[in-house]
Design a protein around this ligand. Structure first.
Ligand SMILES: [Zn+2]
Length: 328
């Protein structure tokens, strides 16, 4: 098992080859070395590649392998890179470098921080907006439609919806589902509610083992686990209870673990403007455990590190050892 390459955080170079996994998150179950050969470039890879003992194809990377295996952003600023560096500081978002146009892509594709849904819409769509602003009548109509749909599902699985035991199931299920996705109706601003305190505190703050119950958007079955959130304030700290509440808000939506991890990290980064944020989540997916590969003991670990956690390996390792995930 390859150790998670926490060093690359939200700008995972692993995405460069696939182009799909643009999230900062890393799955432990993914074997990184398979990717590292194909990755087009990005100096970040060097840490990973060297530690993995992978040969790095010549001409595919900007930096030479003889350079120390470390995050290039830890290096002192050199004039030609200055622009890119300052850019990457301000753009903490996630993105994947595209294979072409080597010199420019790193700065260009590091997109600005993803929009935090201050209006409660994680992925703005007509549906979530309607749900947020609906009247009582519309709410009732929504429930009726959902009940009808669940009734159909019951019929389709071979049940008799008129059977006594499941007579009220459509309504119960519809209400349960609305509860499980209540995060669509919440927003970061209300949750934080001004609980930001200028304490002049600049040491790491960690809230670990936050219980998470979320729903896989691919199968609409739960995935559950624990999330660990750490940040290093720039004077301002967030009320401690807010961290689990932010996690809860994003978890109560249809999710994939990678995005959930990233959204929580980005939200804290946006709200608090700390020196850095790190979020690690370990969870078990019912869609893997109960169906599909049926591997009941698998744990999926994702991480997203921003700011100083992304830049400084020492800070990152301190966080990882404090939450007990770093088993290198
Ligand atoms: Zn699933």
């Amino acid at each position: 098992m390859v150790a998670l390459d926490y060093h690359s955080g939200s700008d995972s170079p692993s995405s460069s080859s696939s182009g799909k996994d643009k999230s900062s998150s890393h799955k432990r179950s993914k074997h990184h070395s398979t990717n590292s050969k194909k990755r087009s470039r990005d100096t970040l890879d060097i840490t990973n590649a060297t530690t993995n003992g992978t040969t790095i194809p010549k001409g595919e990377r900007r930096s030479s392998v003889s350079k120390p295996a470390r995050d290039f952003r830890d290096q002192p600023i050199e004039p030609p890179r200055k622009k890119k560096k300052s850019k990457s500081k301000s753009n903490r978002g996630t993105s994947a470098p595209t294979p072409d146009n080597e010199e420019e892509t790193t700065s260009l594709t590091r997109s600005p921080s993803p929009v935090i849904d201050f209006d409660g819409l994680s992925r703005p769509s007509r549906g979530t907006r309607e749900r947020l602003e609906e009247t009582d009548e519309q709410k009732q109509a929504r429930l009726e439609r959902m009940k009808g749909a669940v009734r159909t599902i019951l019929e389709c699985v071979g049940e008799d919806p008129e059977r006594e035991g499941i007579l009220a199931t459509p309504e119960r299920y519809a209400k349960a589902l609305l509860f499980l996705t209540k995060g669509y109706q919440e927003n970061v601003r209300d949750i934080v509610n001004g609980a930001i305190f200028n304490e002049g505190h600049n040491e790491m703050v960690i809230v670990k083992d936050i219980e998470i119950y979320s729903m896989c958007e691919h199968h609409m079955v739960p995935f559950t686990g624990k999330m660990h959130i750490g940040y290093i304030p720039s004077n301002a700290v967030l009320g401690l209870s807010k961290l689990p509440r932010i996690a809860e808000m994003f978890a109560r939506r249809l999710q994939i673990q990678e995005r959930l991890t990233k959204e929580v990290a980005n939200a804290i980064m946006e709200i608090l403007k700390p020196q850095g944020v790190a979020v690690v989540m370990e969870s078990s997916h019912l869609c893997m455990v109960m169906r599909g590969v049926e591997k009941t003991t698998t744990t999926t670990i994702t991480s997203c590190v921003l700011g100083c956690f992304e830049r400084k390996e020492k800070t990152r390792n301190e966080f990882l050892s404090l939450i007990g995930v770093n088993r290198r």
